[in-house]
Design a binder for this molecule. Structure first.
Ligand code: C5P
Length: 300
């Protein structure tokens, strides 16, 4: 096989509950991931060494050196297989970079699936999940897709059944936010308040809303413990969230560590109306309608 193509979705967190800071610098989470229909594409081609080329909307913001998560994924896979392999990875980016939608994790997951195929390794999904967890907290979910609850630092996943398709609008911000700096701001806010940080708990009402496909109830139960920290770092997101609510969003939330804002719509038509309202009023410069859940990293 000389070329393999994999499509990988973005995610939104419908619940992100952040526990106390651990000794290893991470936080224990209850992280309900939901994969949505904004995709990066990763093509792996036969090559002498492992290299990456990034094309698409935000390609200039993606590193192509050793910091590139797709390169690190391909290297980790080769190491796991115990051999030296090469691949040229060509990434077509549609997921915002550093936007809180797991774009880098998607590319890593795509590289794992593509190189597993290109190199004829035939490694089982469980092995790819283990390698993914070492690459980053969100990479296993990019492989799995659907809707799932992540515990630990987010990498220990259980699939959640959902009772239908949910329709979303994502307002993209100019420039990204570093995940580490948003967690650090969250810790700073908590230290300043002096309140004890509770152990994160899965929201039963949210689970029921997902299970029955009730968008109204899901909208009412969206939650993100990182939201205040993201708003402190990017105050202009407050008016964007408010504009979405004014235009009838069932729920409005910062996606993960931000700065992308996610709005839950009633149906597909409402989502396209909402996207248009957000851009035409200037509340967002770009708004994209999408649906979820969708499958994780998949061979095209
Ligand atoms: O795992 P990943 O590399 O995506 O994490 C990026 C950063 O986000 C970590 O260095 C850490 O600062 C923060 N993080 C955290 N707790 C988690 C996941 C991520 O503090 N559960």
């Amino acid at each position: 096989m000389s070329s393999v193509t994999v499509r990988v979705p973005a995610k939104v967190n419908v619940q992100l509950s952040v526990g106390p800071l651990r000794e290893d610098g991470y936080h224990d989470l209850v992280n309900v991931f939901h994969a949505v229909s904004i995709f990066d594409e990763v093509v792996a081609k036969e090559s002498e060494s492992i290299t990456v080329v990034v094309n698409g909307k935000w390609s200039d913001q993606v590193p192509t050196d050793d910091n590139n998560l797709a390169i690190r994924a391909a290297r980790a896979l080769a190491k796991h297989a115990g051999r030296t392999y090469g691949a040229e990875l060509i990434i077509q980016k549609d997921i915002p970079v550093a936007g809180g939608m797991a774009g880098g994790s998607a590319d890593a997951a795509g590289a794992l699936v593509a190189c597993n195929e290109l190199w004829g390794l035939g490694l089982p999904f469980e092995d790819l999940m283990e390698i993914a967890g070492d690459l980053g907290s969100d990479v296993p979910f990019s492989l799995l897709g659907g809707t799932a609850v992540g515990t630990g630092r987010g990498e220990q996943l259980s699939e959640l059944p959902t009772g239908g398709t949910f329709h979303w609008v994502f307002a993209l911000a100019n420039g990204g936010l570093s995940t580490a700096s948003v967690y650090a701001e969250c810790d700073r806010l908590r230290a300043a308040s002096g309140a004890q940080v509770p152990w994160p708990q899965l929201d039963d009402d949210l689970m029921e809303a997902l299970g029955t496909g009730d968008a109204y109830s899901l909208g009412a139960h969206l939650s993100n413990d990182l939201q205040q920290a993201a708003l402190n770092l990017r105050p202009e997101l407050g008016p964007t969230l408010e504009a979405g609510r004014q235009h009838g969003a069932l729920g409005a939330i910062v996606s993960g560590s931000g700065p992308t804002c996610a709005f839950l719509a009633i149906d597909a038509l409402h989502a396209s109306d909402l996207a248009l309202s957000l851009t035409s009023t200037g509340a967002a410069h770009t708004a994209v309608a999408a649906h979820g859940p969708v499958r994780g990293a998949t061979l095209a």
